[in-house]
Write a protein that binds this ligand. Structure first.
Ligand SMILES: Cc1cc2nc3c(=O)[nH]c(=O)nc-3n(C[C@H](O)[C@H](O)[C@H](O)COP(=O)(O)OP(=O)(O)OC[C@H]3O[C@@H](n4cnc5c(N)ncnc54)[C@H](O)[C@@H]3O)c2cc1C
Length: 416
C-alpha cells in the first residue's frame, strides 16, 4: 500500500488552498491530493457566471449561516486582505465591482483555476485525478492514521484533510460522499439541503408571463407565524418561479424548513421600505397630483409595468382606470397585495442548480484554530463539507480559501 505524510481528499477551492499552504511549508512531495473527477475545477470554471467571484471586499460572520462565533475566528485567520495578496502572489489581480464583489481582472474563472493549478505544479504536489475515494478507515494493521481506499488502490497517511465539498452540482464530483466518510470517522452530520437555489412556484401564480422581469423587493420568510428571515434585494421572475440574489439568499430557510417538516411561507413587499399605510399615502398623493393617470401607469412609477399589469389582473382591478377613480376597497386590496404578496412556493430547483449546501459537519466538532477534528486526531475538515454556507457574493469561496489555508498550515506543522 502507498503511504504519504499528508493526504487531501478533494481538489476543489478548499482542497487546493490547503494543498498549496501545506506544500509551501513541507514541500509538495509530502502532499498527496486525490480527486475523483477527471479534471479539477469544473465548479470553479462555471462559478460567478464563468468569471469566478473570488471573494467580497467586506466579509463578516453575519454573511454566513452556521455557528457565527466559530466562522468569525476562521475568517479572521485568513481575512480578505490576505486572499487578495495571496492571489496577487499567484499572479491573479482582482478587481472590485460596485456590489463589493471581487473578480479576476480578466473576467475569466480560468485565470483563477490555472493560477492555483500552476502553483500546485510548481510546488511538486502529487495530484491524482480520477482517484475516487470510496472508504476511509482509521488506522489499519495496527498503524496510526488513516487508510484511504480509492478507485486505483489505497494509501495510508498520518494526516488527512477532507475537502470533498457538499452536494451541489453532483456531476462536478461533489456528490456528498464526504459526509459518509466524516460519519464513519465518528463525526455527526446535520441535515443537508440545497441553498442559494431558485424556488419553484405553483402554476396559479403569474410568474410565467413575467419571465425575465426583475425588481427590488423585501422578501420575508415566516415560520410558525414568526418572521425568521427578512432581506431586501433583486428578485428575478422566471418561467419556473423566482430567482435572483434575494431569493437565492433566502432559499435555504425555506429548504431547511421543508426538510424539518415545517411549512415556511414567503411574502414579498414589492414596495421596499413602505408599509401598507405608507403605500396608501403614496398612492393617494399620486392620484391627487395626476388624477387621470391610469392605475397601471401610477404603479409603474415604482414597479416594472409588466408586473403592475399582472398584479392588477390577479387582484381583479382595471389597470386602465384613472387612479383617482379607483374605488377605495379595490385600491386597498391592491396595495395590501403589493406590500404582502404571498409566493406559493412548491419546491426548489435541486442539487443540479443549487450553488451551495446548507448543513454538514457541525463546526463545534472542529478546532477553529487549525480546522482539526475534535473527534479524530490528524483529521482536518474544510470548505463546504462543514455546516457553514454564505450568501451570494464571493463569501463561499472566501470560506474555502480561509478554512483551506488554516488546515494546510496546521496539517503541515503536525507532519513536520
Ligand atoms: C454554479 C455555481 C456557481 C458558484 N459561484 C460562486 C462564486 O462565484 N463565488 C463563491 O464564493 N462561491 C460560488 N459557488 C460556491 C463555491 O463554488 C463552493 O462553495 C466552493 O467551491 C466549495 O469548495 P470546496 O472545495 O469545499 O468543494 P468543491 O469545490 O465542491 O470541491 C470538492 C472536490 O472534492 C471532490 N470529491 C468529492 N467527493 C470525492 C470522493 N469521494 N473522492 C475523491 N474526490 C471527491 C470533487 O470532485 C471536487 O473536486 C458556486 C457554486 C456553484 C455550483
Amino acid at each position: 500500500m502507498d503511504a504519504a505524510d499528508l493526504v487531501i481528499v478533494g481538489g476543489g477551492a478548499a482542497g487546493l488552498a490547503a494543498a498549496i499552504a501545506a506544500a509551501e511549508r513541507i514541500g509538495g512531495r509530502h502532499v498527496v491530493l486525490l480527486d475523483g473527477a477527471k479534471t479539477l475545477g469544473a465548479k470553479m470554471l462555471i462559478s460567478g457566471g464563468g468569471r469566478c467571484n473570488v471573494t467580497h471586499e467586506a466579509v463578516s460572520a453575519s454573511d454566513f449561516f452556521g455557528n457565527r462565533r466559530i466562522i468569525k475566528n476562521v475568517l479572521a485567520a485568513f481575512p480578505v486582505r490576505e486572499t487578495i495578496d495571496w492571489f496577487h502572489a499567484l499572479g491573479v489581480e482582482l478587481k472590485r465591482e460596485d456590489t463589493g464583489k471581487l473578480f479576476p481582472t480578466t473576467d475569466k474563472a480560468r485565470t483563477v483555476l490555472h493560477a492555483l493549478l500552476n502553483r500546485c505544479q510548481a510546488l511538486d504536489i502529487n495530484m491524482f485525478t480520477g482517484h475516487r475515494v470510496s472508504r476511509i478507515e482509521c488506522g489499519l494493521d495496527g498503524r496510526k492514521g488513516f487508510t484511504v481506499v480509492h478507485s486505483r488502490g489505497a494509501i495510508h497517511t498520518r494526516t488527512l484533510i477532507l475537502a470533498t465539498g457538499g452536494r451541489s452540482l453532483p456531476k462536478s464530483g461533489s456528490d456528498g460522499s464526504g459526509y459518509a466518510f466524516a460519519n464513519d470517522l465518528g463525526h455527526s452530520v446535520t441535515a443537508t439541503v440545497p441553498a442559494l437555489v431558485p424556488l419553484l412556484l405553483d402554476d396559479k401564480m403569474f410568474h410565467r408571463e413575467l419571465s425575465g422581469v426583475s425588481q427590488e423587493v423585501t422578501l420575508t420568510t415566516v415560520l410558525a407565524g414568526k418572521a425568521v428571515d427578512v432581506r431586501t434585494g433583486s428578485l428575478l421572475w422566471t418561467h419556473f418561479g423566482v430567482s435572483g440574489p434575494v431569493v437565492m439568499d433566502a432559499s435555504r430557510v425555506w429548504t431547511l424548513a421543508r426538510e424539518r417538516g415545517d411549512r415556511a411561507e414567503i411574502y414579498l413587499n414589492v414596495l421596499p421600505g413602505r408599509t401598507f399605510e405608507q403605500a396608501k399615502h403614496w398612492f393617494i398623493m399620486q392620484a391627487s397630483e395626476s388624477p387621470r393617470r391610469s392605475v397601471v401607469k401610477t404603479l409603474a412609477l415604482v414597479v416594472p409595468e409588466r408586473f403592475a399589469e399582472a398584479v392588477c389582473a390577479a387582484v381583479g382591478c382595471n389597470p386602465q382606470r384613472a387612479a383617482a377613480q379607483m374605488p377605495r376597497s379595490e385600491r386597498d386590496r391592491l396595495l395590501s397585495v403589493l406590500t404582502r404578496l404571498a409566493l406559493p412556493v412548491t419546491g426548489d430547483r435541486g442539487w443540479n442548480v443549487a450553488e451551495v449546501t446548507a448543513g454538514g459537519v457541525p463546526l463545534e466538532e472542529i478546532n477553529f484554530r487549525t480546522m482539526e477534528s475534535k473527534v479524530v486526531r490528524g483529521l482536518y475538515l474544510i470548505g463546504e463539507i462543514l455546516d457553514c454556507d454564505g450568501r451570494i457574493g464571493g463569501f463561499n469561496f472566501q470560506w474555502a480559501w480561509a478554512s483551506g489555508h488554516l488546515a494546510g498550515c496546521a496539517a503541515a506543522a503536525s507532519v513536520s
